[in-house]
Design a protein around this ligand. Structure first.
Ligand SMILES: C[S@@+](CC[C@H](N)C(=O)[O-])C[C@H]1O[C@@H](n2cnc3c(N)ncnc32)[C@H](O)[C@@H]1O
Length: 278
């Protein structure tokens, strides 16, 4: 049960509010990131899969297809609206092997069920205690089971230039939200590897990746920014000041646009992989 007024309840509200538009504004972002994580994890038919913080299913639905109808892909998320949307997508795709439940990734317990693989993509930095959360995920895997956690590998300096328009308004917890800090576990490959190793996992390694992120124009950037966790940054700006912030963002985006008006940034990614000792 999530405490009303807790940071986790705030995150759930944020994602409930944006679930309808998440991954739905025509920008290729969550699907290619999920595909990279799954390519590094190499799912096999018959594996029991768990995706923690599944959102609308970017990883979960691809994993369900890969493990096939003889197995189950289970997703959990703190946002009820994300869970409903993910279930709808699974139904529309005819994926009968998908199970999606509302659950907190922090202190996650699934009635003693174990899995062959666990993924968590762009979730860990939302949790109040990431180290403790990952320690709690270890017993959810069968001995020898694999884990893959995707976090951001940094921020393109051009994208940072645009994001800086929010800076005067952001509380400390939201500054540097995309990389989640210049120090600590999210600041380096070694930081994430140590977190996973300290949680009891073995064979820890990092696969680095990157995706291009294209915005047709500043309107699409604007729609995208409201459709992701970045919405929290907009909400930190008083409503009557948002037009000025948007105008400044537009001016900065123009600095980085190509001759056709398209703005292309790069999103570096860090996939931290490991296994539960056999
Ligand atoms: C950026 S989205 C990523 C969703 C999905 N993994 C993807 O790759 O598209 C972050 C997700 O983490 C979920 N989340 C955040 N905190 C959580 C928690 N404590 N327990 C479970 N899910 C959580 C949010 O509701 C949201 O769906």
């Amino acid at each position: 049960m999530t405490e009303p007024g807790s940071p986790t309840a705030g995150v759930a509200r944020l994602f409930d509010a944006l679930a309808d538009v998440y991954d739905g504004v025509g920008v290729d972002f969550f699907q290619p990131i999920a595909a990279q994580l799954l390519s590094a994890m190499a799912p096999r038919p018959g594996e029991r899969w768990l995706d923690v913080g599944c959102g609308r299913g970017a990883v979960l639905l691809q994993a369900a297809q890969a493990v096939g109808p003889t197995s189950t892909a289970t997703g959990v998320d703190i946002s009820e609206a994300m869970v409903v949307s993910c279930r709808d997508s699974a139904r529309r795709l005819g994926l009968d092997n998908v199970v999606v439940e509302v659950a907190d990734a922090q202190g996650l317990s699934l009635d003693g069920e174990t899995f062959d693989a666990l993924t968590s993509c762009l979730v860990l930095f939302f949790l109040p205690d990431p180290s403790q959360a990952v320690r709690g995920w270890l017993p959810l895997l069968a001995p020898g089971g694999r884990i893959g956690i995707t976090t951001f590998g940094g921020l393109d300096q051009r994208w940072k230039d645009v994001d800086e328009v929010f800076e005067p308004y952001l509380p400390p917890a939201l500054r540097d939200a995309r990389t989640s800090g210049a120090s600590g576990p999210f600041a380096s490959d070694a930081g994430m590897e140590d977190l996973v190793r300290d949680a009891g996992f073995s064979d820890v390694r990092t696969v680095l990746g990157s995706i291009p992120v294209r915005f047709a124009d500043d309107d699409q950037w604007h729609a995208f920014s409201w459709s992701t966790g970045q919405r929290a940054m907009w909400l930190a700006v008083p409503e009557d000041e948002r037009p000025a912030v948007r105008a400044e963002a537009k001016r900065r985006l123009a600095r980085h646009a190509g001759p056709d008006g398209v703005i292309e940034f790069e999103q570096p990614l860090r996939h931290t992989l490991a296994r539960r000792p056999a």
